[in-house]
Design a binder for this molecule. Structure first.
Ligand code: AHM
Ligand code: MG
Length: 331
């Protein structure tokens, strides 16, 4: 696998050719979405759909279109038994799967959808699991993130990039719009162990639990506080955008639980199976870490398709620091 190889060339070296076919189908779906996102208002894709998803969130037109693109493009690869998405309450069993089909996929077809109407960065996140056997049901998807055999995200921004892992590192491919191919531009991405960048929605500050408040207060105090150095904050409003920056430069992404979410019976905002797990797999493969504050995300046993979890991921030393604040906390 060499820089400037196409995704197809890289995939052809995978021991599991079936997985390769599935990855190429995902890449094709991302390519189609990328073209739609680039067209924006000209493709009539902006604005609200006038419906809400299973989580009670308002859907954008592009949320639904993106979901449909995945439902159309993935099953023909012949490797999938069923799919689960942020935009669908129940699993989507593939009609007449081939006898060899053994994979399950979860995906957030359009992450950061509040950015669509302002021409901000959005993305797609996906995670591939192997079906253990027997009839496929939603329980089949309830596997810890450590069982993922592949995960990735596609960032639709100034360039479209697909970041992939099959467990041998995290590799970044940039879409060459002239050829329609993803090209290996960022092999073996590695994020720095230390950082002075963090990423959190500070509007929820009054709801934070003590460990997060302490961590962020210390970052904000900069040179004048216990950290003795200045920090920088960025928040794109799309996890894919924020985590991609961290994959390139280092940093810490936090979407923790907070008192408001807890009062609504939610452990976090981000969903375990198609946001937290795949992004954790990629970040860990790039030398970073990912935790809820109390437990490594990829070790959580899921209890529902749309389960939400606190997410803290990025440069290892900072993840360890936030974790230590949770260890010492009464809340
Ligand atoms: P979505 O999948 O419905 O777009 O929601 C997930 C997004 C993340 O991409 C982002 O980090 C977060 O929600 C932003 O939430 P908030 O608006 O609370 O800052
Ligand atoms: Mg999302």
């Amino acid at each position: 696998m060499n820089k400037n190889d196409t995704l197809e060339q890289c995939i052809s070296q995978l021991a599991d050719a079936d997985l390769g076919q599935l990855i190429m189908a995902v890449a094709e779906a991302c390519c189609e979405l990328s073209a739609l996102v680039q067209q924006g208002e000209l493709a009539g894709i902006l604005g609200a759909a006038g419906s809400s998803n299973v989580q009670g969130e308002d859907q954008k037109k592009l949320d639904i279109i993106a979901n449909d693109v995945f439902l159309e493009k993935l099953p023909p690869c012949g490797q999938l038994l069923a799919m689960a998405s942020e935009e669908m309450e129940d699993i989507y069993p593939v009609n007449k799967p081939s006898p060899e089909a053994k994979y399950l996929i979860t995906f957030d077809p359009l992450d950061g959808s509040s950015n669509i109407d302002v021409n901000g960065a959005v993305g797609t996140i996906f995670s591939v699991l192997t079906h253990a056997g027997g009839d496929v049901s939603s329980e089949s998807f309830l596997q810890p993130g450590s069982q993922q055999i592949c995960a990735g995200y596609c960032l639709y921004s100034s360039a479209t990039m697909l970041i992939l892992t099959t467990g041998d590192g995290a590799h970044g491919f940039t879409l060459d719009t002239s050829s329609g191919s993803f090209v290996l531009s960022h092999p073996h991405m590695q994020l720095p162990k230390t950082t002075t960048d963090y990423s959190i929605n500070a509007a929820y500050q009054r709801h934070w639990f003590a460990p997060i408040k302490q961590y962020i207060d210390e970052c904000v105090a900069g040179k004048d506080g216990v950290r003795g150095e200045n920090f920088n904050m960025r928040w794109a409003g799309a996890m894919v955008g924020d985590v991609h920056r961290i994959m390139c430069k280092g940093g810490l992404f936090l979407y923790p639980s907070n008192k408001k979410l807890a009062s609504e019976g939610k452990q976090g905002k981000l969903r375990l199976l198609y946001e937290a797990n795949p992004m954790s797999f990629i970040v860990e493969q790039a030398g970073g870490a990912a935790t809820t504050g109390e437990q490594r995300i990829m070790e959580l046993q899921p209890d529902g398709l749309h389960q939400r979890v606190p997410v803290i991921m990025g440069s290892e030393v900072e993840v360890q620091r936030v974790t230590s604040y949770h260890d010492n906390s009464a809340v």
